[in-house]
Design a protein around this ligand. Sequence first.
Ligand code: ATP
Ligand code: PRP
Length: 211
Amino acid sequence: MTNRLIIAVSKGRILTETLPLLAQAGVVPTESPETSRKLIFDTSVPGVQLLVIRATDVPTFVDNGAADLGVAGKDVLIEYGGDGLYEPLDLRIACCRMALAAPEGFVLDGSRIRVATKYVRIAAAYFAARGIQADFVKLYGSMELAPLVGLADCIVDLVDTGNTLRANGLAELEEIMPISSRLIVNKASMKMKHEQVRGLIDRLSAGVFAE
Ligand code: ATP
Ligand code: PRP
């Protein structure tokens, strides 16, 4: 009997970059998740369905078994924490870096600083490792604005081209870590649906390493 296999992805760049990898692995949604308002999609493979959800919700769905597999940024996975998920494959998509940035001329002189970020766990570990005292202002977007209006001295955010930093008069001080999206798997699904899950991981990795 074929088990149902549910894959969770987020709308936007992860969906756009995951769909070709899934297609190479033989999984094609029966209608376009990029244009439809539906949240769950059947695919060319009987029993395999796609869920389209918020990026930060992907680990929650997979951890709780509401999805068997998911695609999530390393940033999101570190912030989610825990050890309830397998992370068998770096899909090498949605690549960027986590970085410390501040207004041009800002110098880290060892004094206590205020940091705006959506990534408090990553930022806290980074400053702790450097022995720098930091207070955090948790934001959910537009971090670049915070130093411009006195909400923070600097930011910890994702950077790709650097265009958003430059457009707001900020400069990258240091790369904290490289970021890419990972395939994640629910631990029970890995055991109970091993053949199906393993087959999909193998087909996806063939596509990733063929790039
Ligand atoms: P949410 O909808 O939960 O707020 P989000 O807006 O961060 O999430 P996206 O902007 O689609 O969702 O980002 C999804 C993932 O893509 C991020 O977790 C990160 O790993 C990666 N990412 C974010 N910004 C960039 C970028 N500028 N270039 C490349 N990859 C990026
Ligand atoms: C991300 C990130 C930066 C920007 C960096 O935002 O939060 O603002 O990309 O990319 P760049 O270095 O190429 O300019 P995103 O585009 O995801 O917008 P969002 O914050 O609204 O999700």
